[in-house]
Design a protein around this ligand. Sequence first.
Ligand SMILES: [Zn+2]
Length: 63
Amino acid sequence: MRYLLRKCLECGEYTFKEVCPYCGGSVRVPQPSRFSIEDRMGKWRRQQKKEFYKRMSNSETGV
Ligand SMILES: [Zn+2]
């Protein structure tokens, strides 16, 4: 593949250019496998956080 779709680190827009045409930010080529792992970790982390706060508020009302 000649054209690699890159993603702007600043605004998250996709572009074929080496610099984001939207905000001028730096871009990188997203790696699908790594991306999904990051996404999963993010989801997991968000859920843990959610559970943590849920437990916090639950114990607060419980006591
Ligand atoms: Zn951008």
